[in-house]
Design a protein around this ligand. Sequence first.
Ligand SMILES: Cc1ncc(COP(=O)(O)O)c(C=O)c1O
Length: 458
Amino acid sequence: MNETKITLPESAIPERWYNIQADMPNRPQPVLHPGTGEPVGPDDLAPLFPMELILQEVSQEAEVPIPDAVRDIYRLWRPTPLYRARRLEEAISTRSRIFYKYEGVSPAGSHKPNTAVAQAYYNKQEGRSRIATETGAGQWGSALALATQLFGLECKVYMVRVSYEQKPYRRSMMETWGAEVVPSPSEDTQSGRAILEQAPDSPGSLGIAISEAVEDAAGREDTAYSLGSVLNHVLMHQTVIGQEALAQMELAGAFPDLVAGCVGGGSNFAGLAFPFLREKIAGRDVEVLACEPAACPTLTRGPFAYDFGDTGQLTPLVPMHTLGHDFVPPGIHAGGLRYHGMAPLVSQLVLDGLVRAEAYGQTDVFASAVRFARAEGIIPAPEAAHAVHGVEQAAARADEEGRERTILFNLSGHGHFDLGAYDAYLQGGLEDFALPEDEIERALKAIEPLPKPAGVTS
Ligand SMILES: Cc1ncc(COP(=O)(O)O)c(C=O)c1O
């Protein structure tokens, strides 16, 4: 097939989400209650999440039906297109074939609405009227603002301060969809006030913003908490991406030998990769690559350990690759990748050798983003540009080795609200942050007293 853009009809929107827990060689270890060290049960989570999502979190079923009301909203932008990146291939003179799945066509501009719509739906079903959440780059907050608006719920967003300042129009977008937005750390919660007392100029981090949103939700009957990544059910909701991509690659008459995505908490990566990992576990040959920032190198430099999901230590202990819950990543422009932890599912798959990770500096990433924009037209979100860079490098290596590979990656969002970052890059004002080993060691001290996952001794 010679098409540039491979599309599917609305009837091809998947009817089920794929749950990789059913097929993994080793399931993730349990999430623990920090007080007792015992696995958390549904009752511990009920104040924060609707029961259906709690059940999805621990489900071992390979497939979970997508409610009609959710599929109906998916129709607004799904199925998303799959592109053959011929112009990029030419621009970088590679012999490999490069495909990308483009999630930036959603109203919020990224993959995030795939789970936001599902989460808003289950909250509405179970009688909640308000949702509190955090947002890094503003993409998740926008997605949840949109989804809550579509289901008639209220939404409060704690937005990491550095992004709040870098991207005022993301806030306007969330407010247009009816959400209330505050910069985090904020004066609205105890966790926020405690940070501001010690560090009045704190740039904020996802870990801090999560503490604020959890505290908000835990303190109000009418309010649930919603997380845009990391949790099993969130990753599962994103698998519509990979299921569509499998069908589109088949239409293109190809199967990838490399699948790549950027990783913040792991959801867009999982969304594309998990349906292909299902094939890999069943015996097909495909390499899977997670692309992360060198300034927040959770998978490449963080140990696999139990850690809190947030800075304020309000969440359960999660088995994951982590840089420590009080690690505050430098203010790189890929705000959505500034998270100290990683999804337990992705962490376990890295541990088991099914997924490999690489880390890149932001000036190299922006060079790739600009090259991509000039060749393909689409201006990538800085997060997604990490995948573009990873793919360019993989293609260059293949060329050196005289191989022709078929590469597929997730272009998880557009960068229309990130032009300040492009501006900084084009003016030569973008910095690379070398992360010293002693800063990682310092932050990891905080998790030394916590329980260790099975099989980890130090
Ligand atoms: C466009 C985009 N890609 C990727 C991410 C990273 O999140 P995740 O790893 O959950 O996909 C974000 C987070 O905000 C994002 O906005």
